[in-house]
Ligand binder design. Structure first.
Ligand SMILES: [Zn+2]
Length: 391
């Protein structure tokens, strides 16, 4: 009997130790959020130059073609092929993609003509053609990429805590977007313009470096995945419900919040005169009389979705403001008034950008008022868990 009781206690003890260790282990090991191999990103250049002129130390080209490493290379594109320009010698014709690597920082100009801007990159460049269109992408390490994104999306003039909040949001957005494109078999990961985040080469200002260092590897998670952390310039006082603007976004992190940080900053309140010629181009066939506007559907914040417009006596033309906002030159779809001014149309509204997620000018205002980056992220993404990736 005594023996049996002892065995009973022993089994109970073993069960207790097992349960305790399970709880302990699960508390110590964070749930997997991301494969950390995705930190080298291929960022497509929106305006590749007609001739790529690259300056860097020891530039190497693939295919090899017998070229020695050099400090300057000029490559001209013509449909179907590239030509490597050589002083005093005929151009070297290369078929298929070209891959350039170098050591340290390279300098080159993207864009065309006077729009071309000098930029600096660490990494490599791929030149290729996809479905007859010229493509150039830079392969860059995540943190180098983020330095350029922070410089373009906020700038070193923003307070440090706002830059740190932006760093975490941008890191999360980049990894989510890159993973999605890879799953879809895209040869590149991110687009270097506003469709993803603006990137035109790296930045090394000390405040941006500090913001990245102090948030290194931190991402926002939701449902044990990295969050596609949308952000926009100025929400205008209230952020927008993410599901009103984007498909496939979780509700909880993007529920609307009141923002007092952006009050009076950026395009908090705006008025835009759109001339009649522009209206006629965007909405053709309206006739010449003064216009009447009607909103058909608005979301809870007040953003215009569907609307209709006609010139007096004419028939109504139905249109979608989400699609036309950029073409009309309006800062946001949160339109609070529309009036005719002679033949022109004057729109009034709130905020700048889509209004979902972090408000950049709001982050600026809150950081100035003493909030830290975690408090800022908590506000805009509804207390999302922070996770650390990589080393
Ligand atoms: Zn705001």
């Amino acid at each position: 009997m005594e023996q049996r009781r002892r065995i009973g206690w022993l089994l109970l003890f073993i069960l207790f130790v097992y349960l305790a260790s399970e709880t302990l282990v699960s508390a110590l090991i964070p749930a997997p959020v991301v494969a950390a191999d995705a930190t080298r990103l291929r960022v497509i250049c929106l305006e590749p130059p007609a001739i790529l002129e690259l300056e860097a130390e020891s530039i190497r080209m693939e295919p090899d073609m017998g070229l020695e490493p050099r400090d300057h290379i000029a490559i001209r594109w013509s449909p179907g092929r590239h030509f490597v320009q050589r002083a005093g010698q005929p151009d070297l014709e290369v078929e298929g993609p070209i891959h350039l690597t170098w050591s340290g920082v390279a300098t080159w100009r993207d864009g065309k003509g006077p729009r071309g801007r000098e930029r600096r990159d660490i990494g490599s460049i791929t030149l290729t053609e996809i479905e007859g269109k010229r493509k150039l992408w830079v392969s860059v390490e995540l943190e180098d990429y983020l330095s350029g994104v922070l410089a373009r999306e906020m700038g070193a003039g923003f307070p440090l805590e706002a830059l740190k909040a932006q760093a975490v949001a941008a890191r999360s957005f980049a990894l989510n977007a890159a993973a999605r494109r890879r799953r879809n078999g895209s040869p590149w990961d991110l687009q270097g313009g506003q469709a993803d985040m603006v990137y035109r080469g790296l930045d090394s200002s000390s405040k941006i470096m500090k913001a990245l260092r102090e948030t290194r590897g931190l991402v926002l998670a939701f449902d044990e995945k990295i969050l596609r952390a949308y952000f926009s310039a100025t929400c205008g006082g209230k952020t927008r419900d993410g599901r009103e603007r984007f498909q496939d976004v979780p509700a909880e992190p993007f529920r609307p919040v009141t923002c007092q940080g952006c009050e009076g900053l950026g395009l908090y309140r705006w008025s835009r005169k759109v001339d009649r010629a522009r209206i006629d181009k965007v909405l053709p066939g309206l006739g010449k009389s003064p216009l009447e506007w009607q909103v058909s559907t608005r979301d809870a914040r007040g953003d215009w979705k569907r609307f209709q417009v006609r010139s007096r006596g004419g028939s109504w033309l139905k249109a979608d403001m989400t699609r036309l906002r950029g073409k009309l030159g309006l800062p946001s779809t949160w339109i609070t008034g529309v009036a005719m001014n002679g033949s022109d149309v004057v729109f009034k509204g709130n905020g700048h950008g889509h209004g979902v997620g972090l408000c950049q000018n709001g982050a600026k205002g809150y950081a100035r008022a003493g909030r830290n980056y975690q408090q800022i992220l908590d506000l805009y993404y509804n207390q999302p868990p922070l996770r650390k990736i990589g080393k």
